[in-house]
Design a protein around this ligand. Structure first.
Ligand SMILES: [Zn+2]
Length: 458
C-alpha cells in the first residue's frame, strides 16, 4: 500500500447533499486518491500528509458532481431540426436521418455531448443509444471510447427497436433490428463492457426504446436478460398523450400498467419522462421503487407536458434529472436543468411549493445516483464516497449578490465550473476541459454533422 495522495479544497461554501442535507457556509473537503476522506466546517487540518494540491475555494460552492440520467449522444449531429413538432412528428421527421449514422459520427457526437456536460459540472453521464443501422460499425464502443477520453463516469445503455411501421410501430422498418439481433447484441455489450465493481467507471444497462418502437416480446426478454446478467433496465415511458393513446389502443391499458405487465417495474429500472401518470401509476412506481429520469427542457421543447415531480417525490419515487437528446434539448447542459426543473414544476398545480432550490440540486446529484443504482458511491459529499465533486464560482458578476450559495447555483445564471473532479482526477479547470480539446471536438462534430446531412434523404 502506498500512502494516499490528497487534494484539499477549503474556504468554500459546501452543500453535501447528504441524508441530513448538511451545509457549511465555509468548510473543507479532503480527497484521498479517488475517495472523499473528510468534509467539515472551517479550514482543513494544516498538517495533513501527502497533500499534492491545496485549493482556496473562497467565493465558491462545492457540491457533488452532477449526474445525468438520460441522453442520446448521437443527436448532437441533428440539433435544431423539426423545431415545432410534438414527439411523434419529431421522431417521424428524424428517424430517416438517424438511420444513416455510423461509428465516426457517433464518436464525434458522444465526445461533444460529454464535453458540453462536463464543462457544466456533470461527472457521471448515462446514454441511451437505440439506433443501430446495419454495417454502421461499433456504435456503443464509440461512445464508451468517448467517455474514457473525456474522463467522465459512464453508464452506457444498449437500446433497441424491433417494432417497425409495417407491424404497427412508429419507426420505419429500415430503422429497426430483429428481436433476436437486438437481444444478442445487448447481451454481447454487457458481457464485453459492463464493470460491476464498486467505483466502476463504466456500467452497461439494457434499454429497449419505448412502447411504440419495441415489441412486447423484446420488452419481456430484455427484462429477463438484464436480470440474468445482473444489470439495470432503462426505457422511455409515459412521455406524451399520444404514447398513452397508443398503449390503450394496442395493449388495452395505459403505459404504467403495460410496463408492469411485462416485468418492467422494479428497483432495477429507471424510466425517462413519466409525464402522464395517474395517481395509481405514481403509487406503482413508489411501491416498486422504479426510478424516473426527469427531462424538463425536452418535455417543454416537444410540448409533452409537465411531469408530476412533486407528487413523485412525495410518494418516495427515486427521481434524477436528464438532459435528454440534444435534438429535443439543443442546450445539452445539465446545470441549467436544475433551474428549469424548479421553474417548470412551479407552473404546475403545486405552484410555489412544487420544488425548492435544494430539492432541485438533490435531483441533479443524489437523485441521479439513486436512479443509476449508484447511491452510496456517488451523489453526495460524504466520507467514503467517490471523489466526484464540482467547485462552482459564485462570486462573479452573475452571482455575487445572491447570499444563499445554493440559490445562486440553482436560480442564477449558469455558474462557471472552477474545478471538477471525477474519481479524484481534475476534468475541468477554470471552465475549460483538461481531457479533450474543446475546439477540436467542436470541429469534428461539425464535420460529422455535415457528413450526416449529406447522407440523409432530402
Ligand atoms: Zn430520450
Amino acid at each position: 500500500m502506498t500512502a494516499p495522495q490528497r487534494i484539499v479544497i477549503e474556504n468554500c461554501a459546501i452543500a453535501t447533499v447528504d441524508a441530513e442535507e448538511t451545509e457549511y457556509a465555509t468548510g473543507h473537503v479532503v480527497i484521498a486518491d479517488q475517495h472523499i476522506e473528510a468534509v467539515g466546517p472551517g479550514p482543513a487540518p494544516a498538517d495533513l500528509p501527502g497533500v499534492t494540491r491545496r485549493v482556496d475555494g473562497t467565493g465558491h460552492l462545492a457540491t457533488p458532481g452532477l449526474v445525468n440520467t438520460h441522453h442520446h449522444f448521437y443527436q448532437w449531429l441533428t440539433r435544431g431540426l423539426a423545431q415545432d413538432a410534438n414527439l411523434f412528428d419529431w421522431l417521424t421527421a428524424l428517424y430517416p436521418v438517424w438511420a444513416r449514422i455510423d461509428e465516426p459520427m457517433v464518436h464525434a457526437a458522444a465526445q461533444a455531448s460529454l464535453a458540453m456536460m462536463a464543462r457544466g459540472g456533470v461527472t457521471t453521464a448515462a446514454d441511451h443509444h437505440y439506433v443501430f443501422p446495419r454495417g454502421a460499425g461499433d456504435l456503443l464502443g464509440a461512445e464508451i471510447r468517448a467517455a474514457r477520453e473525456t474522463g467522465l463516469r459512464f453508464t452506457a445503455t444498449r437500446g433497441s427497436m424491433d417494432l417497425g411501421e409495417s407491424d404497427g410501430g412508429l419507426p420505419p422498418d429500415f430503422a429497426v433490428e430483429s428481436t433476436e439481433e437486438a437481444l444478442r447484441a445487448t447481451e454481447q455489450a454487457v458481457r464485453e463492457h459492463h464493470d460491476p465493481a464498486p467505483g466502476s467507471m463504466l456500467r452497461v444497462a439494457v434499454a429497449p426504446c419505448s412502447p411504440f418502437s419495441v415489441t412486447t416480446e423484446l420488452m419481456r426478454e430484455s427484462a429477463a436478460l438484464a436480470r440474468r446478467l445482473g444489470v439495470r433496465l432503462h426505457t422511455h415511458g409515459s412521455e406524451t398523450v399520444e404514447e398513452a393513446d397508443f398503449c390503450r389502443r394496442r395493449f388495452g391499458m395505459g403505459p404504467t400498467a403495460y410496463f408492469e405487465s411485462v416485468g418492467w417495474l422494479g428497483e432495477d429500472v429507471w424510466m425517462a419522462h413519466c409525464v402522464h401518470m395517474e395517481d395509481e401509476d405514481v403509487a406503482a412506481f413508489a411501491r416498486t421503487r422504479t426510478g424516473v429520469a426527469h427531462c424538463p427542457s425536452s418535455n417543454a421543447r416537444l410540448a409533452a407536458g409537465i411531469a408530476r415531480v412533486p407528487d413523485l417525490l412525495a410518494a418516495g419515487v427515486p427521481v434524477g434529472l436528464g438532459v435528454d437528446g440534444t435534438a429535443s434539448n439543443e442546450a445539452g447542459e445539465l446545470h441549467t436543468e436544475l433551474r428549469n426543473a424548479l421553474l417548470v414544476a412551479r407552473l404546475g398545480p403545486h405552484r410555489e411549493h412544487a420544488l425548492t432550490a435544494r430539492q432541485a440540486l438533490r435531483l441533479g446529484t443524489r437523485g441521479g445516483a439513486e436512479v443509476l443504482g449508484r447511491d452510496g458511491e456517488i451523489g453526495s459529499l460524504t466520507p467514503g464516497r467517490l471523489a466526484d465533486l464540482v467547485l462552482w464560482r459564485i462570486d462573479g458578476l452573475g452571482h455575487s449578490t445572491i447570499a444563499d450559495p445554493v440559490a445562486a447555483l440553482v436560480l442564477g445564471p449558469p455558474a462557471p465550473v472552477a474545478l471538477s473532479l471525477v474519481n479524484g482526477v481534475p476534468v475541468v479547470e477554470d471552465g475549460r476541459l483538461l481531457t479533450v480539446d474543446e475546439d477540436t471536438v467542436a470541429r469534428a462534430a461539425r464535420t460529422q454533422a455535415r457528413r450526416l446531412a449529406e447522407a440523409a434523404p432530402a
